[in-house]
Design a protein around this ligand. Structure first.
Ligand SMILES: [Zn+2]
Ligand SMILES: [Zn+2]
Length: 240
């Protein structure tokens, strides 16, 4: 497995946003697109930038502009002590203020974390179940965690389901749920790109967890939403 991949030997698939960290395959490992859809990470940095949008006190949404494939939104949390990112933008944008930690919900979109990790430098955290996957080739993790934790007011909760090590996070009333659920036709569905039964069971765990949290805002894969509206849709989904 390649390691210490640099901006000069990394590629970004513009069809989906997946980063190939230090290797140049014939097809994107995530979406299957051919090399004609690839940019070098340097080309990507020249054509795209990362936009930050305020979401809540201390929380901003990070997204590549123009839109980069089906990139999943990342979120920046300034706890007052340290800056964390939850998930990571696909585009490597050196203009961003450094983060101390990049911690992931799951392994599907690791963005350009292999480059930010060195640039800032930042520690990269993810649940241990997520580490050794085909899509993690070329990425390094500093803290593969096995327990739920609280750091600087950020709490990680293992849900599993969509992927075995899927974790959601909350921070001061904001929930970070990435792509566990998606919006289709004005309703909500569980993410279909994973084991169905496990995803439903994880949904039940998430519902139980929400009973113990005081959430006001939800940060998702490409949206943010006030919690009551999100909860109504989630409850309808979870009720089957
Ligand atoms: Zn792709
Ligand atoms: Zn996913």
């Amino acid at each position: 497995m390649p390691s210490n991949a640099a901006v000069t030997d990394s590629y970004v698939c513009t069809s989906c946003g997946y980063n190939m960290a230090g290797y140049y395959p014939l097809h994107c490992p995530f979406c299957g697109a051919g090399r004609e859809h690839f940019l070098t990470a340097e080309e990507c940095s020249a054509r795209y930038r990362v936009r930050s949008t305020p979401v809540a006190d201390g929380v901003e949404m990070l997204q590549s502009v123009p839109r980069l494939g089906i990139e999943h939104a990342a979120y920046r949390i300034d706890t007052g002590d340290r800056v964390y990112w939850i998930d990571c933008p696909s585009c490597f944008d050196r203009r961003l203020d450094p983060a101390s930690v990049i911690t992931f919900t799951h392994h599907h979109f690791l963005g350009a974390s292999h480059l930010y990790r060195v640039e800032f430098p930042a520690e990269v955290w993810i649940r241990r179940e997520e580490v050794a996957m085909p899509l993690t080739c070329g990425f390094s993790f500093d803290l593969p965690f096995e327990e739920d934790f609280t750091r600087d007011g950020i709490r990680a909760h293992h849900i599993g389901g969509h992927t075995s090590g899927f974790a959601v996070y909350d921070f001061r009333g904001t929930l970070f749920v990435c792509d566990y659920v998606l919006f289709r036709n004005e309703g909500m569905i569980f993410n279909p790109y994973g084991p169905r039964e496990n995803t439903l069971e994880g949904g039940i765990r998430l519902r139980r967890l929400l009973n113990d949290l005081r959430i006001e805002t939800v940060c998702g894969v490409d949206y943010t939403m006030e919690y009551p509206q999100w909860e109504a849709l989630f409850d309808r989904l979870a009720a089957g």
